[in-house]
Design a protein around this ligand. Structure first.
Ligand code: SAM
Length: 234
């Protein structure tokens, strides 16, 4: 049973955090794609290409940059996490997104998953419940030139009705159940990728497809451990 654990133990020196150059990051990205994505089950060429291009090190705290492309999640501000690269790639691949799609992400966090999506689709809408994270992610995405990502602070359990329907919805925090508003805001033929299960325990990553007649088909993908989807700021 493969379990993706969200919070790793960090062991590093301050000096190591600051000495990597752009070519080191490019090499680290190539290694990440080869050893942690392609060697597993990430086969969508668009996902592999984009994961090989987006500067993940820009989305992690400066002190942890040397670990940005390692095979685990990392802590970010406000006691939250940036997901493991493999999980970002897997969720993106499962969503079967296309260039003309509009995608909703719940749980902006660092903004990294938003950037990966923004490289692949027409529009990305992203919701974060912690205002400081929503603001810093928007600032980072703007500084990196992403013009098709629209963010807001709020409770993503409720979705973002004004811009619905969405061709895909990715939830990057663990919900106790599938939020009905997200199913409602999914376009016919759309796909919801979401970890569902109890807090601080193993959850299941689900891929839920909505048929033209509104019925849904759920596939259990893998066990995962995500930070919880909360209904109000802690
Ligand atoms: N996608 C992020 C990235 O690329 O860095 C990782 C997200 S982190 C694993 C989960 C995020 O979901 C946290 O930033 C957390 O504050 C946020 N979150 C938790 N509950 C939420 C809710 N109800 N609505 C929106 N965001 C929520």
């Amino acid at each position: 049973m493969r379990i993706s654990v969200a919070i790793p133990v960090i062991v590093m020196s301050l000096a190591a955090a600051h000495c990597a150059g752009q070519e080191d990051y490019a090499e680290a990205r190539r290694t990440m794609v080869r050893e942690h994505l392609r060697a597993r089950d990430i086969s969508d060429p668009r996902v592999l290409e984009v994961m090989g291009r987006v500067p993940r090190h820009e989305f992690v705290p400066a002190i942890l940059r040397s670990q940005a492309y390692a095979d685990h999640a990392l802590p970010i501000a406000e006691s939250q996490t940036i997901s493991q690269p493999y999980i970002v790639a897997l969720m993106t691949q499962l969503a079967e997104i296309e260039e003309d799609h509009a995608v909703l992400e719940v749980g902006t966090g660092s903004g990294y998953q938003s950037a990966v999506l923004a490289e692949m689709v027409r529009e990305v809408y992203t919701i974060e419940i912690i205002p400081e994270l929503a603001e810093s992610a928007q600032a980072k995405l703007a500084a990196l030139g992403y013009e098709n990502v629209y963010g807001k602070t709020g409770d993503g359990y409720l979705g973002w009705e004004e811009n619905a329907p969405y061709d895909a919805i990715l939830v990057t925090a663990a919900a106790p159940e599938v939020p009905p508003p997200l199913i409602a805001q999914l376009a016919p033929g759309g796909i919801l990728v979401i970890p569902v299960g109890p807090q601080s325990q193993v959850q299941q990553l689900l891929r839920i497809e909505k048929a033209e007649d509104g019925t849904t088909t759920t596939k259990v993908i893998i066990p995962v451990v995500f930070v919880p989807l909360v209904r109000e700021r802690r």
